[in-house]
Each structure stands twice: as C-alpha cells, then as structure tokens.
Design a protein around this ligand. Structure first.
Ligand code: PHE
Length: 445
C-alpha cells in the first residue's frame, strides 16, 4: 500500500521522466529513419494520440484506484475472480526484462560521455569499429558502466517515492529539456533543417510495411511507458484530486515534443554532414559522433551535452522500470524498501551482464537464437509483444470487468461528453488494434 504521495508537479515530472527516455532520443529517430520517415511518424503520432492517450488514462485509473503494486491493484478492483485477475499484474515483470537491455544501453551512453572529452572518430569506418569493438570485445568497459548504472538506480529507488524518485526527476527533467531545446534551436540555424522537416513529415506510404506499422504501434507503447506497470505504479502515489486527464495529456505532450525535437535535430545534423537517416541502431552511437567530429571544437561540447541529456532521459526511465517490481515485493512479501531495491537491482544487473555477453565474440553464439541475440530478443519481444499485451489486458479489464459506475465516477467529471468516446475506444477500438498488432507480429515470425 502506498503511503508516500507525489506532489502534483512531482508526479508530472516523474511520469514524464519515465516516458522520455532512450525511446525518444535513441530509438525513435533510427526507427523513423529505417522505415522511411513521414508515414512511420504519422502512424506513430496517430497511435500516440488515439490509443496511447486512452490506455494511459486506463492505466492511471487502475493505479489511482488500486493504490498498490500491480498485482494487488487488479485483485482489489476485480469484482469477481480476484485471485485470477491478480495475474494481470504480471505486466510489472516485463519492465525488468526491458531493464536488462535498457541498462546496457545506459552503460554505452555513460561510456560515450567520457570518451567525448577526448578524440571523436574521424570517419564512419572508425566510429563503427569503436562501437562494435565495445560490443564485441569491450566486456569490461560495459561491465564497469553497468555497475555505475546499478548503483545510481538502486540508490535512487532505495530513497523512495519522494526523497528519491521525485527529487531525481525534479532536477534532471528541466536540465534535459534545456539541453534538447538548446540543441534543437542550434539545428534550426543549419540549411539542412528544412530537409529534415520534409523527411519527418512528408508521408511516403509505399514504405509503410506491416513491420513498420507494428513497430510504430509498439513504439508508441514503449515511449509512453505503457503496458508494464510503470505508469500504474507511479499513479498509485497520485494525490487525491489530481486530474488524470490533464496529467496524461501533459505527459504525452512532453514525450512527443522531445521525440520530434530530437528527431529533427539529429536528421538536420545528418543531412548537413552527409550521413544517412537509415543508419539503424548505430545512428546515435556511430553516425552522430562522426558528425560531431566534423563540427570541430563545438562538436566535442555538443557530444558531451548530448550524451549527458541521453543519460538523464534514460536514468529517469530506468528508475520507473525497476520501481514496479520493487513495489511488488514490498507490498506482497513485506520486504523493506532497501532490501527490495538491492535485490531487484542485483537481478537486472546480473541479467544485464548476460545481455552484454550476448553481443561479445566469445559468447554470442551461445546466446543467439533464430538470428537474434538476447539483446535484440528482449528489445523486440517487450516493445512489440508484451507492452501491447499489457495494454490489451488493461483495456479489457477497465472496459468489461470493472463496474462502469466505478470508472464513470472518476472519469466522467473529467472527460465530460468525451467519456463515452473514451469508453468505446478502450472497449472496442484499442483492443482490436492491439490484437492486430500482436497477431501480425506472431505471424511474421
Ligand atoms: N518510455 C521509456 C523510453 O522511451 C522506456 C520505458 C518503457 C520506460 C516502459 C518505462 C516503461 O525510453
């Protein structure tokens, strides 16, 4: 049971901190680049607005009314079959699966902050070999920064909702906005800026394959931190009377803003210096450092603040990935917060070590199945399958299982005449869309 409560602004910042992460600055630009820009961005924006908003409201409602860990929330709110419904709370465990590879990317980011102080790579070939060198034979560097990540995240969570999570976000989020905003403004002074705008906003539907569509929907969930208990767990500490609708809209607004600003900025730099948007996951770690090199002295500075911003974004999300499981063990097993934080921290830390090994030359063959190594399996399965599945379960739960009167009591005063549209959406539209996504994913395999 949650006793500590976020302040109003603390909740908005913490939930925005959860949403804005590697997804916005690392994943979104390379996915948009890979799937042809405009059409992908359009599907993503529509999903964020129509499904993302509705599901975020649904998830917040469950947390706000349940006031506990994810398992207890479903159990409390189900009118019948309580014991069975509690398993819907298993979605909290998806977050720890995400954390296992997320923490590894944070380790790369921390390493890149430090290396940005010295020499940047002068060619794509050099940048590639630095990056793949780190993955394939830089076990100890990754291990070192993974340890730093483990220590930071565990220390913050152990300090609790107010003293740890809220404080961290109140400091880091404004700094993050400042850096991304400043770098975006700088990018608008380049001639390639208009090229970047055209690329991101002119839809070319011939590029919109089924994979692109599923990826866009999966990413909308990933970027808004939906379907795995993060928003639900934070909402359990919402103050009474704080508007769920306004909070959701603000979080979605900030999250989308950062993705778009970061995308425009990166594509401007790429076009200006002859890089390709479709470079794939290496966009930020390979193409970008070379561009910073070409910029000269200012490039080092930009590289340092860019990776610092990325680290801030990622750490505030990482905290929200671990908190749901910590909350579970506190509520259901009676563990103290410190004990829960350390044990769950060790879990993702050790899992993270295996993820690092899955990309090294020596071990990758043992940790690769069907052409994907452990890292990409976790990434793929969580974003494309587990998060939409979590969303599907929540929309069915609030749409069909919880008594309508209970839902209406909280949300009708907030949504007014839009209540019926929202309710219809989470009963029929969102579940059908999510089922299509899940089925097409499974059949594509
Ligand atoms: N939303 C975060 C990002 O975009 C990732 C995340 C997913 C965090 C799910 C919490 C829950 O990077």
């Amino acid at each position: 049971m949650q006793i500590a409560r976020f302040s109003k602004i603390g909740f908005i910042m913490a939930a925005t901190g959860s949403a804005v992460g590697l997804g916005n600055i690392w994943k979104f630009p390379y996915q948009a680049g890979k799937y042809g820009g405009g059409a992908f961005v359009l599907v993503y924006l529509i999903t964020v607005l129509v499904v993302g908003f509705s599901i975020m409201l649904t998830e917040m409602l469950i947390g706000y009314l349940g006031r506990s860990d994810t398992f207890s929330n479903f159990e409390k709110l189900a009118p019948r079959h309580k014991a069975k419904w509690r398993y819907a709370g298993m979605q909290a465990f998806s977050s720890i699966l995400i954390m296992a590879f997320y923490a590894v990317v944070i380790a790369w980011v921390l390493n890149y902050i430090v290396t940005s102080f010295s020499l940047l790579p002068s060619s794509v070939a050099q940048a590639k070999s630095t990056f793949s060198g780190m993955l394939q034979s830089g076990f100890f560097v990754q291990f070192f920064y993974l340890t730093v990540t483990f220590v930071i995240v565990t220390a913050v969570i152990a300090r609790g909702i107010k003293g740890g999570i809220e404080k961290l976000n109140l400091v880091l989020m404004p700094l993050l906005f400042l850096i991304i905003g400043g770098m975006f403004l700088y990018a608008t002074t380049f001639s390639a800026f208009s090229h970047a705008v055209t690329f991101m906003f002119r839809p070319d539907f011939t590029k919109l394959t089924t994979t692109a569509f599923v990826t866009a929907v999966g990413h909308a969930f990933f970027t808004l931190s939906l379907g795995m208990g993060a928003i639900m767990t934070y909402s359990a500490s919402l103050q009474k009377g704080q508007s769920l609708v306004k909070s959701s809209l603000l979080i979605i607004f900030f999250d989308t803003l950062v993705a778009i600003l970061a995308g425009l900025m990166l594509f401007t730099f790429l076009y200006q210096y002859g890089g390709k948007p479709s470079a794939g996951p290496g966009l930020v770690f390979i193409s970008l450092p070379v561009i910073f090199y070409q910029m000269g002295g200012v490039g080092n500075f930009l590289s340092i603040i860019f990776f610092i911003a990325l680290a801030f974004a990622a750490i505030t999300s990482a905290v929200s990935l671990v908190e749901p499981t910590v909350q579970y063990f506190m509520d259901r097993n009676g563990w103290k917060r410190t004990k829960a934080s350390v044990i769950i921290g060790l879990f993702f830390y050790i899992f993270g070590i295996v993820v690092i090994m899955s990309q090294t030359i020596h071990f990758s063959s043992y940790l690769t199945w069907g052409g994907r190594n452990l890292f990409s399996w976790l990434d793929y399965l969580t974003a494309a399958l587990l998060l939409p599945l979590g969303g599907l379960v929540m929309s069915i739960f609030v749409g069909f299982i919880m008594p309508k009167s209970q839902v209406e009591k909280v949300l009708r005063p907030e949504l007014g005449f839009l209540f019926n549209a929202w309710y219809f959406n989470i009963r029929y539209i969102a579940p059908i869309l999510l089922m299509v996504v899940i089925v097409s994913l499974l059949s594509a395999q």
